[in-house]
Write a protein that binds this ligand. Sequence first.
Ligand code: TXA
Ligand code: MG
Length: 366
Amino acid sequence: MQTQRLAVDVGDLEEKGSRAAIARAAEILRGGGTVAFPTETVYGLGANALVADAVKKIFAAKERPSWDPLIVHVGDREMLEMVAAEVNQDAYRLMEAFWPGPLTLLLPRSAKVPELVTAGLEKVGVRMPAHPVAQALLRVAGVPVAAPSANRFGRISPTNAFHVAEDLEGRIDAILDGGETTHGVESTIVDVREGECVIYRSGMITLEQLRSVCRGEVVYRTEVEEGESRKAAPAPGMGVRHYAPRARLVLVEGLSPGLDVALIDEVNRLEEAGEVVGVMAPEGFMAALSLMRKKPFDLRGFTMGYDTVHVYHWGPWEKPEGLAQKLYAGLRWLDAAGVTVIVCPLPAPLGIGVAVRDRLMRAGSL
Ligand code: TXA
Ligand code: MG
């Protein structure tokens, strides 16, 4: 299958080329095909959520197991009513506060939604994306769009069209290229039950933000509990090794001060063991590394990419939004550089740092 590249200018969706790209992508979706498109979190791989044969193509392209349900994207209230059988008061409050935006709500599934979408579960995950390209696509297509992240199952989520092509070129009908995504980490998944708001996956909407709106308690429930099958897990796709680079991931508790020293100790140890080391480096790390690295820098090799340490400039450590935005691009970049191991500090579990930590822990687990 030939994958079409459709480019949009996010700054000017009314421009002729942008309109044509969105119209073509919408036509493919209406015709039962698959289109990768940008959202404010990561790129999604979309298909018409109401047509089982279209949804099947998503599972095939990603090699995603059928027990892992999909999130349905809606553009307006009418589409919401097509996919959710009912919406309670508490869910409405959250929609009013955070939609359009990176919040997925679990709602009773309407009979119009094929069982394949929810993997047989009673509730369907629904979100209204804030990205202008995603919104335009939904509006023109006129159908709700089921879309998991546009990567091969278990791999790192894509934050630009190039990442999507790396994983899915030749396996999907089109990629709608709208540049880099805004946030870089996936939506928060929430189940609003009577008097309680349960977080199934941490994400861009933080615990603190949910607490400011939910009337009841807000709690995390992200792990599989003992004796529970994976299928019965809160978010079935979260129970396995996920968001993973090819290289082995070595996580370092990121409590600064002393963070650079802890990271460089790992670099020295791993280089001595003969590994090609990648580092997700906070700002200022290079200066420390040049002082404390045991192995001398091969400066020519460093710029030409054959020195054995590869450093990704992740950004200021005290700005978790920036770390979230560049997390997946950094892991993919280090993988492409051919490192055998990636040393990565864990941000503090505060605000959006919770989601970044969560993804790293899952990527690191075997
Ligand atoms: O930001 C996002 O949410 C992105 C963009 C494309 O919207 N989508 C995304 O989809 O991350 P995906 O499929 O990669 O991750 C969705 C997670 C999976 O772990 C899945 O198990 C869980 O959501 N999920 C989906 N529907 C569910 C449901 N009905 N009940 C429980 N968990 C569900
Ligand atoms: Mg995913």
